[in-house]
Design a protein around this ligand. Sequence first.
Ligand SMILES: [Zn+2]
Length: 355
Amino acid sequence: MTDFFSPTYAEARKRFLKAAGTAVVTSYAHPLKGPDGGDLATDLVRLGPKDARRVVVVESGTHGAEGFCGSAIQLSLLHEPPALPSVTAILLVHALNPHGYAWVRRVTEDNVDLNRNFLDFSKPLPENPGYDELKDALLPKQWNEASLAAARETLEAYRAKHGERAFVTGTGGGQYKHARGMFYGGTQPTWSNLTVEKICKEHLAGVPHAALVDIHSGLGPYGYGEPLTSLDPASAEASRARAWYGEELRNTRAADSAYAGTEASIITGYTRYAPWAAWTPIGLEFGTRSREQVRGALRHEHWLHAYGDPKGPDAPAIKAALKDVFCPDEPEWKEKVIARGREIVAKALSGIEKQ
Ligand SMILES: [Zn+2]
């Protein structure tokens, strides 16, 4: 089997553009550079007719380094394109957050969790008192055994007192107060957010039916891709998604959800920027390592940028650990991801065909 997984953003981008062949490519250049001094961009390739009335958007790298996984699925789709129903196109959006992808970070260049950034910033910003209380435990200024043991105690005490749902929201639900902190949603639309607006205007104008498969990794069972929505279960979008993806679809805002659901996700972004389309948007989340391992790697890497030295001697190992929890370098995992990614895209195509 071809290995569609690339070791760096630069390599992934090169392979994606090459595999596009004669297809039309649109590149949105990012103003900053990658760690190798190379260019950064969000690249789009469209498969299918230009005037398609139904478009399935398949996107990678919303959470930067989670793009290793999504990029591989996109490359597989370019190498072996699925059969398209009539008047239907696939729009591959490669590396929506290219800065985070290239620097092996989940966040954007301005430390923003893009899936917390699609807010109406003219309104008061949401509060997250749980995060306010736990911020120093999540991100201790010193990273050593003693500080981590104290942090663990604080986190577990909070969980015991307030319950799992409050713990998930406090530790991952997004916050708008601490600009160096974790899961920071920002105070304005980031570059990647504004890029979504351009994509909608320039590539989805007037399209009556649109679907989104926004690919993530780092949560859930090993190699399994879970379809997710953050929309109101009573909405038309969520009920269409249930019809297409069945029982496996999870709502991140449900009371028993292990995910920190937020209304400020990219799903909200696409539906708001292209309100003329009837949307069926989902996130697709691939499990990798245990929750504890993923959380530990994320906190350590975030600490490196907030209080440590991202160019110091410890940095490569910390980055490698983060990459491992987003994209294990194991053939079994990779095979599952490609097969499942293609299966979900096939479901999106057969769902949208009935629209
Ligand atoms: Zn993610």
